[in-house]
Design a protein around this ligand. Sequence first.
Ligand code: SF4
Length: 481
Amino acid sequence: MCLFTGLSARAGHWHAAGQAGSLPGWIHADAPLMSRKLYIRTFGCQMNEYDSSRTADLLARSHGLQRTHDPAQADVLLVNTCSVREKAAEKLFSEIGRWKELKSARPGVLIGVGGCVASQEGAAIQARAPYVDMVYGPQTLHRLPQMLDAAGRGARAVDVSFPEIEKFDRLPEPRAEGPTAFVSIMEGCSKYCSFCVVPYTRGEEFSRPFDDVIAEVAELAAQGVREITFLGQNVNAYRGAMHGGGVCDLAELIRFTAEVDGIGRIRFTTSHPREFSDALIEAYAEVPALVSHLHLPVQSGSDRILARMKRGYRAQDYIERIRRLREVRADISLSSDFIVGFPGESDADFEASMRLIDEVGFDNSFSFVYSPRPGTPAAAYADEVPFVRKKARLARLQARIAEQAAALSAAMVGSVQRVLVEKPSRKDPRQMSGRTENNRVVNFDAAPALGGQFADVRIIEALPNSLRGVLVDAPAAARRM
Ligand code: SF4
């Protein structure tokens, strides 16, 4: 199934090569165990951020490692890589090249490479960078404690297999860090878009059982979390087994989640238009906790380019889904992904994307000039669009979406928004900062006691990257008098 040489041959094993038997050197160094430090550098998406934070929880439990933001202080250095962005391997080797010097200065330091590039490259990483002790994939990070022990004995460990759901069973209980939390509900992707490496690096789609997800949500809610973001590469392809038999889709999971005490907001990312079902649209009609914001990647407005990308829908299908959604949620704000300058994209194809943007109206976008990812079908496509033309197209597209977002912010002035208050504002500690349903940061005068609660805030000014507001309604104890 894999386009990358050797990946399928590597799947399903983990091995540790090198001398074994001696006790981990880094455990026996001078500093006490509890002061051992872990540094994790994360590239890429929210899935990777989530994996990094669960990795930190895991190694805190197994080895007492405390997280540091300074690589020079760390005893274990991990990089969680992403192969979606350009020059992923170069970025990785430049990062760990700097760590090689840290390891030379302190030989007990251990270095690990995880994430999608690790999945793609496997043992080739250690062939190029022999000072790397551990290579693990997104689905095997739960085995890091054993790999760390092996590496501490001088063995070099590689495990980039896809043991599916095992990962979630082995991770520690989630710990809330504020009123918002991510919950990963599915991994992998079976869509095989022609430009994307994810199906090869994270494997096919698989969903966590429904009961495990709800138990995690309830645990986080009990710790004070008020907003849950469900994560998955194709999160709306979720099909979780239920304990009494049957399968739960994302729409049903959202309904159950809204019933969990304390949960006031539900988000999910990232969705695929093909999986954006009628049931999900009904959930928007019936579940107020499901926020009025949706990230739904379209990638292009040209049917010809969508077919070359193997996206499995036409521009009109996408527009129609949004029309149906707006019938039940008129105020929904939308963000999307666009790839500009895909091989063969003509001026007419690009203008089709601009027309789609005008018709739908977006609030934000993750938009990039196309660049090939090794091993994907599109990497073999002839690409005649000059780079400078691609850049010019991207600038036009981003400027149009920025105009749309600014108009939406301006239209919010005077309205009262429900805000989930997070923390004191970075610029003015007398103010609190929170987010609206459509993901805008709002700063307003309030007491710190309001943190972690919902408040109604009237928007008084739209700034380029945030809003200013005044508190209208909040729990009495939390108002600044
Ligand atoms: S849907 Fe396409 S772009 Fe998204 S992860 Fe799957 S293959 Fe990649």
